[in-house]
Design a protein around this ligand. Structure first.
Ligand code: DQA
Length: 147
């Protein structure tokens, strides 16, 4: 089974951007980690990043026929995007929302998510390990055929 791992704006700066919050690893490291974790779980991870909201909407729509689940870190669009909310609702695939940082321990504008109401589950504050846990959760749901 194919799963999409989608990263949103500014996550291309991982390793450079506020490493005390987001860690020292790069996006390339994270993408490699996701592909390896997915393979261990019998999944194939299609891993993408964009700074553009419309790309994320297009990819979520594409997942409808190309994937069986989505791991999504929508970055700041998490807190602003009705379009991403609507796209996720439209595709009806299991979505695990991930944030590297514990958004609830940060500014109040990070406490609301437009993704959470349409996510199967949410993982925050566990750094890049959160992507491994999200992939594991998707693998379990896919094997139970239980979206
Ligand atoms: C983030 C948290 C968001 O609030 C922020 O805008 C990001 C990264 C995280 O992974 O912790 O860009 O999604």
């Amino acid at each position: 089974p194919v799963v999409f791992v989608l990263n949103g704006p500014n996550l291309n700066l991982l390793g450079l951007r506020e490493p005390a919050i987001y860690g020292a690893g790069t996006l390339a490291d994270l993408e490699q980690q996701c592909r390896a974790s997915a393979a261990r779980l019998g999944l194939s991870a299609d891993v993408r990043q964009s700074n553009h909201e419309g790309d994320l909407v297009d990819w979520i729509q594409e997942a409808r026929t190309a994937a069986q689940g989505i791991v999504l870190n929508a970055g700041a669009f998490t807190h602003t995007s009705v379009a991403i909310h609507d796209a996720l609702r439209a595709v009806g695939l299991p979505v695990i929302e991930v944030h590297l940082s514990n958004v609830h321990a940060r500014e109040s504008f990070r406490h609301h998510s437009f993704v959470s109401p349409v996510a199967a589950g949410v993982i925050v504050g566990l750094g890049t390990d959160g992507y491994d846990f999200a992939l594991e959760a998707l693998a379990r749901r896919i094997s139970r055929r239980d979206p």
